[in-house]
Unconditional design. Sequence first.
Length: 108
Amino acid sequence: MLDEMERRRIQMSTRSQLATELLLTCFALVGSIIILRTMLVMLDISDRIWIGEFIYGLTRPVTQVLSFLPGADREIYRNLTTVDITLLAFLLLFLLGVLATGRSNDSL
């Protein structure tokens, strides 16, 4: 009976680790797209260039929803608007949430 409980614990730990790794991989992908979009906006690269078309196309659904925020078209820094700053803030807040809910490795 103890062996079965130990196997279940190991299996659940493996599933939890897989879910965590998938979540972090998705976070890295989305984060890199947001940072790349921010760089493209700051460098004033239009959507006529293939990389601009690709990145702006990926982020267009999210930025269209965020464009309904009050003052969404206001430029904060260089070419960065409120929408771009909001995307960066979401990225930072998600990262802080992951760090805050992380496991503590206290073995005492």
